[in-house]
Design a protein around this ligand. Structure first.
Ligand code: FMN
Length: 284
């Protein structure tokens, strides 16, 4: 019988000597502030887990339009990088290692979370069924705006700039979230990618966006500090693409969960506590 691997022995992965083989999975906790800046609670949360060989942070949006949730952290301006720096400094002090997970939500978002109440963006204007969390409770997903071909290099560039901010924020590396229904995954799968340009069609086209993002992020500090999260099943069973015409946005396909904050309206008044995190001023 082969010897079982001892999880508590060191391992070398790329340039890293990890002190054990335990890698903490990215987990959204929604503990940032309303400007998507990491908080002291996050410093404590990650530092308490510093004995893992490697930590991958919760999903962190690389651009204002990439935000998908309330109170999720971003990494697209200097303020957010400074907040993350407190996390990485404390974690390194405790002997840990940490990658940031860059997660662009694409259509898994809502205009009330985005600057100027912009519609979420996606490869194609295909709406998810189900409900999205907003500052005013749960509402139906909206039909996203399909990215123009000419806009896509800009989105790729936002990832690259975010990877630069990751260096300023003291991260050891970057993971690109390309699984479970977020933007790169929306490009990869035919249910959400109906494009007819170079970013759609056969798998080479559908993979183009992700590969460009990988190259852009790797250009900052080398490919051995970049990971990609992919998963075979997608989008998650929770999020189903709506192919039926939008008969009524106010009658969900299935009963919403019994949550008193759940709204069946797809619009939120501009005054209803929506706090889009600030756009980058191209600082740092
Ligand atoms: C509360 C919670 C939040 C999560 N947030 C993220 C996330 O931000 N990014 C991500 O890639 N995966 C996220 N996941 C998925 C986990 O990273 C992991 O892939 C999932 O729990 C399955 O783990 P397993 O493959 O070890 O069973 C989350 C999971 C949980 C339970």
């Amino acid at each position: 019988m082969r010897n079982p691997i001892d999880l508590f022995t060191p391992i070398k992965i790329g340039p890293f000597e990890l002190r054990n083989r335990i890698i903490m999975s990215p987990m959204t906790r929604l503990r940032a502030d309303e400007a998507c800046v990491p908080t002291e609670m996050m410093v404590r949360y990650y530092t308490e887990r510093a004995t893992a060989g490697l930590i991958i942070t919760e999903g962190t949006h690389p651009s204002p339009l990439g935000r998908g949730y309330t109170y999720c952290p971003g990494l697209h301006n200097a303020e957010q990088a400074a907040g993350w720096r407190k996390v990485t400094d404390a974690l390194h002090e405790a002997g840990g290692r940490i990658f940031v997970q860059l997660m662009h939500a694409g259509r898994v978002s809502h205009s009330s979370l985005l600057p100027g109440r912009a519609l979420p963006v996606a490869p194609s204007a295909v709406r998810l069924s189900g409900l999205v969390h907003t500052f005013s409770g749960k509402v139906l997903f909206e039909t996203p705006r399909a990215l123009e071909t000419e806009e896509i290099p800009q989105v790729v560039e936002e990832y690259r700039r975010s990877a630069e901010l990751a260096v300023a924020a003291g991260f050891d590396g970057v993971e690109i979230h390309a699984a479970t229904g977020y933007l790169p995954n929306q490009f990869l799968v035919t249910s959400s990618n109906r494009r007819t340009d170079a970013y759609g069609g056969p798998v080479e086209g559908r993979a183009r966006f992700l590969l460009e993002v990988v190259e852009a992020v790797a250009s900052v500090r080398g490919a051995d500090r970049v990971g990609v999260k992919i998963a075979p099943a997608s989008p998650s069973t929770r999020w189903r693409t709506t192919t039926r015409p939008r008969r009524s946005h106010t009658s969900p396909a299935r009963s919403p969960p019994s949550d008193s904050r759940t709204s069946t309206s797809d619009t939120i008044p501009a005054t209803a506590g929506a706090v889009p995190c600030r756009a980058s001023s191209r600082s740092t």
